[in-house]
Design a protein around this ligand. Structure first.
Ligand SMILES: Nc1ncnc2c1ncn2[C@@H]1O[C@H](COP(=O)(O)OP(=O)(O)OP(=O)(O)O)[C@@H](O)[C@H]1O
Length: 218
């Protein structure tokens, strides 16, 4: 079973410490919810795990083998907070480049693909594009998937479908997910990690989210 471990991450911007005492792990088969206030460093942490942001220090391993760039060899895939697919390209062509060939047939049965595959990315609405981006990432080859705000722009009924797709995907991959729609995160995650004052807190009971000031107790 694949096991991703992220330890000892230190990140500062212009002398301001953002991340300083970080431990987060994820096993194949689980969804880990990453919560935290605006600006606490969630996106930065995901970019560090993916390998596109270089921190001052980090230790990241898969199955106890150190990895420097998570995107290398498609071990880790990442859904950024903002749209990432280039606008002018036909969706079918783009999807073929990213989706795991072994799962292509299953991918093409998805409504979001069937409805729009003849169109280009720039012709989709914000929510349609978000759903397509997420499904392409979930069906990529990667063993671990990092999702930054996947529920943004997604309507409630589609969010239910998305949660079910995440659970299916997690039967064969590990997922770390962050979003401000924290109820969706609570519902879909097997474990929760709160990022606060640059440190990760492993949440055992949701009351701790009140104690740490992430949600109000009222
Ligand atoms: N390139 C940069 N240069 C300087 N400061 C930055 C840079 N990128 C991010 N920051 C700062 O680092 C902190 C963490 O940013 P990050 O985007 O990781 O937070 P976040 O938890 O994802 O926030 P949000 O929930 O609002 O999306 C913020 O205070 C942000 O202003």
């Amino acid at each position: 079973m694949n096991y991703l471990k992220v330890d000892s991450v230190e990140l500062a911007y212009d002398g301001r410490n953002i991340l300083q005492s970080i431990f987060i792990d994820c096993k194949q088969g689980e969804i880990v919810g990453l919560l935290g206030r605006n600006g606490c460093g969630k996106s930065s942490l995901l970019k560090i795990i993916f390998g596109t942001l270089k921190p001052d220090h980090k230790y990241i391993s898969i199955n106890d083998n150190y990895i420097d760039t998570g995107y290398h060899n498609s071990r880790i895939a990442y859904l950024p907070q903002h749209n990432y697919l280039p606008g002018g390209i036909a969706i079918e062509k783009l999807a073929r480049q990213i989706v795991d060939a072994d799962y292509w047939d299953e991918f093409t049965t998805l409504l979001v693909y069937q409805n729009y595959h003849k169109q280009t990315i720039s012709s989709l609405s914000g929510g349609e594009l978000r759903q397509l981006e997420i499904m392409i990432i979930l069906y990529s080859k990667a063993d671990f998937i990092l999702l930054d705000e996947p529920f943004t722009h997604v309507s409630p009924i589609q969010a239910e479908r998305l949660k079910s797709a995440l659970r299916d995907c997690a039967t064969r991959k590990g997922i770390i997910i962050t979003d401000h729609q924290y109820r969706n995160i609570l519902e879909v995650s097997n474990r929760l990690v709160l990022l606060t004052n640059g440190c990760t807190k492993h949440i055992v009971h949701t009351d701790e989210l009140i104690t740490y000031g992430y949600i109000s107790g009222h």
